[in-house]
Design a protein around this ligand. Structure first.
Ligand SMILES: Nc1ncnc2c1ncn2[C@@H]1O[C@H](COP(=O)(O)OP(=O)(O)OP(=O)(O)O)[C@@H](O)[C@H]1O
Ligand code: SF4
Ligand SMILES: [Mg+2]
Length: 450
């Protein structure tokens, strides 16, 4: 008996788990062409004008519009993010929820441009981000801000070498140099300017403009993100060096210790000299957060930041994030499975299902007036103290195969409110309030109007 499934007329077209050798070859060939083009675009040399854009609404720090992020696999194209649009208003926390595999992490990896190529690619769409970056001269060097006298003239001082000796001119007089201004933490000041980048269009050689100083990410498992062979101090100093022009060793250490203190580490000097394995899980996560905050990022992406931690440490880390957001006047994109965390932390909520947004609104709209049957199911599946049932509600069924998504609503096979309309086209996004949107055929023009 052959160990291979026989190709018949029937299984060729109806069995989606079975691909013939010919089909696999065809998929690989088609994928190779698209991946090659997308990789070429990623590594192209181009002028800044190709990725500079403007925000739709100046109150936002991030605007994602119709983002498609695909994985070109031998089984077909996995549309992990399939037409996602949402905004992060400046100073707000936006929570992203949805069950495992719905595309939350792939959305954040797209923003950070951390997708593993050539398989993972941003296929189309825009990710507009408002950055405040250093203004640079014609040689690409940041332009310093100098201290000025009360009469407005630049202040000069004697130049000194690394050992502190005054540098002399040829005629024996001390060399005079302008004095660069510093902030209250002693860091050198440079002129800045606001620029809006379309991250999806940026070549990889320009991504350093964003990572760290503008957007930073806190990952779920700190041990895999910290380098085990360097001390915490080495790793923190490195972040300061990379992102702060002119930083000296002393400046970097001072800043690193400040950051460790800021995230509530009681003995910063000891932790600074420790290796990652010498710290507890909660402490490592605090170190990761301090690293993410070392350059005062404007947007923090936290992907399940507390999943690996116990409940008390979880609460402390969330308090810390909330507190830090206020202090650095930043914005947070918070990814979590935990609706309790969302209720506590978020201003806005985005609910994802199978690579698409099925509902979004303010935290109060999503919790007090959930409209999509999936969001309603999510709320019901949350354990509560006053529930008299001893079993938890679960949404029956599974997410459809990501390679062969249907053309109708992706939730149809699991939905108890399904109507005849649901077998038709995928439902469009209906606006039900200035901030509340839902993609479901149960809601139509009437809801949108009132
Ligand atoms: N490297 C990859 N190759 C192929 N498919 C991938 C790859 N990485 C992710 N995917 C697919 O993309 C989809 C979205 O994955 P993603 O990691 O964003 O899910 P998630 O919402 O973050 O889930 P979780 O809550 O479990 O972290 C899934 O169907 C996943 O299988
Ligand atoms: S569109 Fe239909 S199947 Fe989809 S969630 Fe709404 S009611 Fe359910
Ligand atoms: Mg994830």
């Amino acid at each position: 008996m052959s160990i291979f499934k026989k190709k018949t007329e029937n299984n060729q077209s109806s069995d989606k788990h079975y691909l013939t050798g010919k089909e696999i070859k065809e998929i690989a060939k088609a994928n190779a062409k698209v991946m090659k083009d997308l990789e070429k675009k990623k590594y192209r040399k181009c002028d800044e004008s190709e990725f500079i854009t403007s925000m739709d609404d100046d109150a936002n720090i991030l605007e994602i519009e119709d983002l498609h992020t695909y994985f070109f696999t031998d089984q077909g194209i996995v549309k992990a993010v399939n037409g996602v649009s949402f905004n992060i208003p400046k100073g707000s926390t936006v929570g992203i929820v949805g069950e495992s595999g719905c595309g939350k992490s792939v959305t954040s990896m797209s923003i950070m441009r951390l997708l593993q190529g050539p398989t993972g690619q941003i296929y189309s769409g825009s990710i507009r981000f408002k950055s405040v970056d250093y203004k640079r001269d014609e040689h690409g060097n940041p332009i310093p801000i100098y201290k000025r006298k009360p009469n407005g003239k630049i202040l000069f001082e004697d130049a000194v070498d690394k050992k502190g000796n005054v540098i002399l001119n040829k005629d024996g007089t001390p060399k005079r140099v302008p004095v660069q201004a510093t902030d209250e933490k002693g860091m050198l000041l440079f002129a800045t300017e606001e620029k809006v980048y379309d991250i999806a269009e940026m070549p990889m050689s320009e991504i350093h403009r964003l990572r760290g100083r503008q957007i930073s990410m806190i990952f779920q498992e700190p041990m895999t993100s910290l380098n085990p062979v360097f001390t915490i101090g080495n790793q923190l100093d490195e972040v300061v060096f990379i992102h702060t022009p002119g930083a000296t060793k002393e400046m970097a250490k001072k800043r690193s210790l400040e950051m460790l203190e800021l995230v509530g580490i009681a003995a910063p000097e000891r932790v600074y000299n420790s290796y990652p394995h010498e710290l507890s899980g909660g402490m490592r996560q605090r170190v990761m957060i301090s690293m993410a905050l070392a350059c005062d990022p404007r947007l923090i992406i936290a992907d399940e930041p507390t999943t690996a931690l116990d409940v008390t440490i979880q609460a402390q880390i969330l308090d810390l994030l909330r507190d830090l957001k206020e202090r650095i006047d930043g914005s947070i994109m918070l990814i979590t499975h935990d609706l309790g965390i969302i209720a506590e932390m978020a201003d806005y909520v985005v609910v994802m299902y199978a690579g698409r947004i099925i509902e979004r609104g303010t935290v109060s709209e999503i919790f007090h007036n959930p409209m999509h049957p999936y969001t309603i199911g999510l709320q019901k599946s949350k354990p509560t103290m006053d529930s008299d049932s001893d079993t938890l509600f679960n949404i029956p069924g599974n997410v459809p195969n990501p390679v062969n998504m249907p053309s109708h609503c992706f939730f149809k096979e699991r939905c108890s409110k399904c109507t005849a309309k649901c077998s038709g086209d995928y439902p469009g996004m209906i606006q039900v309030s200035p901030t509340h949107y839902v993609a479901c055929h149960l809601y139509g023009e009437e809801e949108a109007n009132g």
